[in-house]
Design a protein around this ligand. Sequence first.
Ligand SMILES: Cc1cc2nc3c(=O)[nH]c(=O)nc-3n(C[C@H](O)[C@H](O)[C@H](O)COP(=O)(O)O)c2cc1C
Ligand code: SF4
Length: 415
Amino acid sequence: MPTPDTLLPPHRVDYPGYLDQDGYLALHYAAADRDRAQRALLATPLTGLGGAHFPFARKVESALATAGPRVVVCNAAEDEPGSRKDRALLLGNPHVVLEGVLIAAITLDARDVVLYVSDTAQEECDSITRAVDEVRQRFPFVAVRIVRADPRYVSGEATAAVDAINGGDGRPTGQPPFPTESGVAGLPTLVANCETLANLPRIVRAAWDERPATWTRLATVSGDVTAPGVFEIDPGTDTFNDLFARAGGLTGSGHLKAFQPGGPSTRFLPADSADIPIADTAIRAAGSQPGCLAVRVLATDTCIVEICEEITGFFSREQCGQCPPCRMKTQTYHRTLQQVLRQKGPDDLLGRLGVVDEFVADMPRKCSLIDMPTPPVESARSLFPEDFSSHTEYGTCAHAEPLISSQIGAPHHGQ
Ligand SMILES: Cc1cc2nc3c(=O)[nH]c(=O)nc-3n(C[C@H](O)[C@H](O)[C@H](O)COP(=O)(O)O)c2cc1C
Ligand code: SF4
């Protein structure tokens, strides 16, 4: 039974349904006592759920440090392979996103609110547009507009989002200045992920009830599972094994080889880590990062070299070309993985990767995409060296059936 604190109930929550479960109560609280709402946001332990996990309270603090008016951007660009949680929210519970966005607007004195939604997410865009139309009359103090994000991975980076909203070509511009200092139209701007903002109503409700907030997280499961999708999890109790069971169990060999807990840029964890809770601290302690909880599952008959080739190909295609070291590193990673896969090139092919990492380490870059190919490839090599040596020595993976098609796709919304 969904509670007001459920982010993603099984069926789309329309406006009357949202009001029935105390929807917009937290916004009324915040409108009635903005200082108290501000204190609640400045005290929350919530970290950003777009991937970087920057403390939300510090971002609010930074935005408040520059005189207003301010701008709030809800980042729902979500073109990260394997992540579909923000789309699921826009589609399944648009009013919780909107209420969160409006709470942020009230507490930050923002009159301009931008919903930054992927150009490929038409149904989701229609869903949030309908929600905006339903509440526009009731909350006239803020202008809510929708800006479509180019379907490129870098479009979702915070400064790229600001640039696109300002009419630019939507590429990262580098920090500083941070968007909280100078963002949309030069105003202090809070850029926060869609799921991050969807947490604000429950933070405010909990503050008014004088109790701790209850937390759930959205995890997108893809890869070798029967029913990929978006699942709401309790980080206090649910383990990755529980999550994989909810996703219908494993396909292929039926046995877990490894998984990436936080998206394509995170380190692979071995099968015996799947009994840890899906909690940020536990994931870090196990040696990876929670990222945006886009969890990719690999069965034992999946070739991790093929997966690494696919991941590095993605980063190489999606780097935006502004920073020569990023172009060089992502292309070197991809070319190397292609050569390993096909057993072409000199003997110590993989040695190149460490050299290029070191070479670009201190070079200027405008965003963190340049760092992204390293953790997955490094962890895959250290967990499964025999997969790599089998390819370099025999031109095939001793442990795997070849993948038929890319495992990174658009999973449906599961429960
Ligand atoms: C290449 C790249 C792509 C990104 N794409 C997204 C995205 O689609 N959605 C998102 O919320 N954050 C994305 N981010 C992270 C944003 O830069 C930013 O940290 C985030 O929107 C802030 O929200 P949060 O603190 O609530 O996570 C991306 C970062 C990089 C480097
Ligand atoms: S680091 Fe890479 S993706 Fe980021 S701005 Fe530079 S070239 Fe573009």
